[in-house]
Design a protein around this ligand. Structure first.
Ligand code: ADP
Length: 570
């Protein structure tokens, strides 16, 4: 679990799974919505077709003349409509000849006399008023409206206008309007229709207890409704009988019940979308597929990511074991940067190692010559080949002093490296320091002089004498007899400048960058006696930098050199 590879892999899998789940959920939400809307629209279309068919059936004796109407409806709604009678015999079919067979179950039963137990209002039969009668009744209705604005008139399917009003007792509304009475007088057509209805009604009444008599408890008030009598206040059985009678009578005026089939014009019904099993399985399979692809992709990415990290780890281990040649190719990006830093660090480490080895060998080399000299003289004395006279003792002392100086220099450098070089700064007059150094280094062969202006700074006088002393000693050493060495001191901006200029050998341009390196000497063969150990300038630079200053050199081969120390004087 701690492996970066495994963690990255699992993390990507979780993200992929989450996004698949969310996407699937959103898609299913959107699809379900669309399906519902489509189904709703289809249902609405079917309901409109059904209404049209019922209307036709209610106003026609049979289906023989229905062809053009049904075809019109089928075209409007872009559906195939087929009608069969109760025995399954085809009455009508708008489908083409090679249309597929009808479905087993019909969409609906078209029966205008039984719409959920009610008679369709369009089935008016003999109650259909003649145009004359309708016209007359309409004019009465208009008059009534003029006489009493509080009524509302609605025309019913049989052509009779009827008063509606939300106010109870609306009969009183036209008390002073004779048109109201005219409106509510039966027309000849209605008179005839009621006569036709009468026998059916009486037949039904006979089946009730009381043998055809309307029960006495009811006042038997018979009121005229828009198409048949409402017998108010009688038992529900009697009201039922009026309904039955009406149905019986209308049977011969409406088309017989028919079964309606609705399919798409080409015959094939759209398959309802099934999300139960196949849908779910498909979604699962697709999800698994995507997960597999995501898993593979993340595995590949993770492996690529982890490869340079593993290489880095291996290289670090090799470096820790002492191998300084370990390098990593990390490519581009952040890990590439890390690899580059590692390589740079390795290089630096190797360089330091090299310097350390060179240093040890240089130190050994520097120690060997004076020690060899001392040993040689002492052995010769022991063997009686040399006399231990004052001259010999002087030489031995000189060698041991050189050794002493070398060890002191090394000690200073070690302190500087370790950051333990202690300074004891105090306010000093720099011109005094220059005078001291120049006086100490005077000799007869070279003209050594100082040009100073009074400059006061805060510094460690001992260490500054050491630093300047190294420069002046070098200048004197590398200037042939008759040459000149000038030490200048002046203030420049906020710096105190010490310049040591000589007319000596100068330094080759290629050597200039190395003069401050440890154990570096332009003339490798020059003996330590004529030259120094190669540590002087390195120590000078450390001392000056410890004072917050800097040291630099300009030189022309064969003409002379100028070493410049700048110290902050503020
Ligand atoms: P050394 O003890 O050998 O003088 P330094 O570190 O003082 O060591 O100097 C390093 C080298 O720089 C010298 O060996 C010499 O080649 C060169 N050098 C330093 N000062 C001068 C100078 N004033 N003129 C010419 N060469 C110089």
């Amino acid at each position: 679990m701690k492996s970066l590879l495994v963690r990255f892999f699992l993390f990507s899998l979780v993200i992929a799974a989450c996004s698949i789940a969310v996407t699937a959920w959103l898609a299913s939400q959107a699809t379900t919505g669309a399906i519902r809307q489509e189904q709703g629209e289809a249902l609405e279309t079917d309901a409109q077709i059904y209404d049209e068919m019922v209307k036709y059936a209610a106003t026609h004796k049979d289906w023989s003349a229905a062809k053009s109407t049904v075809e019109g409806v089928a075209k409007t709604y872009n559906r195939r409509i087929a009608l069969t009678d109760g025995n399954g015999r085809k009455l009508l079919d708008t489908g083409t000849e090679n249309a597929p067979p009808l479905p087993v179950t019909p969409k609906a039963l078209i029966d205008p006399l039984n719409l959920n137990g009610k008679v369709d209002p369009h089935a008016v039969g003999p109650f259909k008023l003649s145009d004359d009668e309708t016209r007359k009744l309409r004019s009465y209705a208009d008059q009534l409206l003029e006489c009493n604005g509080r009524v509302e008139i609605v025309e019913y399917p049989n052509g009779r206008p009827r008063v509606t009003s939300l106010e109870p007792g609306h009969f009183s509304l036209w008390e002073d309007c004779p048109a109201g009475d005219y409106l509510y007088t039966m027309t000849a057509t209605e008179q005839k229709a009621y006569e036709e209805l009468q026998p059916y009604f009486l037949d039904c009444l006979k089946t009730l207890p009381g043998n055809g008599q309307i029960p006495a408890k009811a006042p038997g008030r018979v009121t005229l409704d828009w198409d048949y009598l409402v017998i108010a206040g009688t038992s529900t059985d009697v009201v039922q009988c009026m309904d039955t009678a009406r149905r019986e009578m209308l049977k011969s005026y409406v088309a017989p019940p028919a079964q309606m089939f609705l399919t798409s014009p080409t015959g094939d019904e759209p398959q309802p979308i099934d999300l139960s099993t196949t849908g779910t399985t498909r979604i699962m399979l697709v999800a698994l597929g995507i997960l597999a692809i995501a898993g593979f992709a993340s595995w590949v990415t993770a492996t690529q990511l982890v490869r340079p990290i593993r290489a880095l780890t291996a290289a670090t281990k090799r470096t820790a074991e002492g191998d300084r040649t370990a390098r990593v190719d990390g490519g581009a990006g952040e890990i590439g940067e890390l690899a580059k830093s590692f390589n740079a660090m390795s290089e630096k480490l190797a360089e330091t190692e090299r310097q350390r080895q060179a240093m040890v060998s240089d130190v050994a080399h520097e120690l060997r010559t004076p020690l060899g000299n001392i040993t040689g003289w002492l052995e010769a004395t022991q063997d009686g080949l040399a006399e231990p006279d004052p001259h010999l003792i002087d030489m031995l002392l000189e060698e041991s002093l050189l050794l002493q100086r070398l060890v002191d220099d090394l000690h200073d450098l070690a302190q500087a490296d370790a950051g333990t070089l202690r300074l004891h700064p105090e306010p000093i007059a720099l011109d005094d320091v220059v005078d001291q150094v120049v006086n100490a280094q005077q000799n007869r062969e070279i003209l050594l002089r100082a040009e100073t202006t009074p400059v006061h700074i805060s510094a460690d006088p001992v260490r500054l004498r050491q630093a300047l002393g190294n420069l002046v000693a070098n200048a004197v050493r590398y200037t042939p007899p008759g040459g000149e060495v000038v030490v200048k001191l002046f203030q420049w901006q906020d710096q105190a400048i010490l310049e040591v200029t000589d007319t000596g050998t100068g330094i080759a341009p290629d050597d200039v960058p190395h003069v401050f390196d440890r154990f570096w000497r332009a003339d490798k063969s020059r003996s330590r006696r004529t030259g120094g150990s190669g540590l002087g300038l390195a120590i000078t630079r450390h001392l000056v930098e410890a004072h917050g200053g800097s040291v630099s050199v300009t030189s022309t081969l064969g003409e002379g050199s100028t070493f410049r120390i700048s110290l902050p004087s503020a």
